[in-house]
Design a protein around this ligand. Structure first.
Ligand SMILES: [Fe+2]
Length: 323
């Protein structure tokens, strides 16, 4: 079976493109604004709205995969509240419809943190919105948790923000917290049944957008019993191997509580990053990669349903081109 995995498409609708500079506008402190500008222009991504054409390139290069998984973050999230914002919803809708149009029911998507709303890096604006979760599952038709069986393999797609909900607690609107907790309970119940019902000898491939979720999965008793059967866990979120390698080096650092929610969220993930090894993490890069290395692309894999040949993900580089 031919697998195509892409992640962090971050499609930009015209309405999102019209908000250029959205990140700088929500940063009041000029020093922080300059730091964010430097991070954006030199390292991360100078113009996040200039890479829509890379989704076309991926579809063009992969006319006949048997299975396609897009591992979250379909939108720029320029209002920081996910697809509850109509401009962000339009971005995600275009990306999801393009993938469904090309691949039909061979396409499966996971939900990324930006799809749900992500508090801005330095500005403290926005955050997860439950209306975004509802739009993801209804308007966009993305299932919050799914399971697919191919021979010895069970592929599971999960919503990282739900699994790691305790990390996002301070960013969530208090009145919406009960709804998020119910959704998380459902997610864990689905996961427990999907893992618990797995016959001996079956193997797991997990698709989770944000690796912050992995330490929460590790702590689930059902997961602990089947950890040895995890053959691969495909993450997105980090966009480039540069950040994955940095995160591996920083694994185990103490949690920073006093620098705001973003620092607390990142350091919580890093403190637990050592467990990523047990999950056999593979990063699916974003189509553009980072500005510094221009190392974008996607993953391809051959899945042997008999399990004789273990799954191997191959990174396909996309050239850094302008639309
Ligand atoms: Fe992303």
């Amino acid at each position: 079976m031919k697998l195509l995995v892409l992640s962090d498409v971050h499609y930009a609708s015209d309405a999102e493109k019209a908000r250029a500079g959205h990140e700088a506008r929500v940063i009041g402190n000029p020093l922080l604004r300059n730091a964010a500008h430097l991070w954006r222009t030199a390292i991360w991504l100078r113009n996040p709205c200039a890479h829509n054409h890379l989704l076309d390139a991926i579809v063009r290069q992969n006319p006949d995969p048997d299975l396609v998984i897009a591992n979250g973050d379909f939108t720029i999230d320029s209002a920081f509240v996910g697809v509850s914002d109509s401009a962000a919803l339009e971005s995600a809708r275009i990306a999801v419809e393009q993938l469904r149009g090309a691949y039909g029911d061979r396409f499966h998507g996971t939900i990324g943190d930006h799809d749900l709303g992500k508090m801005s890096l330095f500005g403290g604006a926005g955050g997860p919105r439950f209306a975004s979760f509802e739009h993801c599952t209804t308007t966009l038709g993305l299932s919050p948790a799914w399971s697919l069986d191919f021979g010895v393999y069970r592929l599971l797609g999960l919503t990282s923000t739900l699994l790691a909900l305790p990390v996002f607690r301070d960013e969530i609107i208090p009145a919406e917290l009960p709804a998020w907790e119910v959704a998380r309970e459902r997610q864990l119940q689905f996961f427990g049944e999907a893992i618990g019902g797995l016959a001996p000898g079956r193997r797991l491939i997990l698709f989770v957008h944000d690796p912050t979720a992995l330490s929460f999965l590790r702590d689930e008793p059902a997961m602990q019993a089947r950890m040895a059967d995890v053959e691969a866990t495909v993450i997105g979120h980090l966009h480039t191997p540069l950040i994955l390698n940095l995160a591996r080096r920083l694994a185990g650092i103490p949690r920073i509580q006093w620098m705001g929610v973003t620092a607390r969220r990142y350091t919580t993930a890093l403190r637990e990053a050592a467990c990523w090894n047990a999950f056999k993490v593979t990063l699916c890069p974003s189509p553009s990669g980072c500005q510094l290395l221009k190392d974008g692309g996607y993953l391809r894999a051959e899945l042997d349903p008999s399990g004789v040949n273990p799954v191997r993900f191959e990174r396909v580089r996309l050239p850094w081109t302008r639309a």
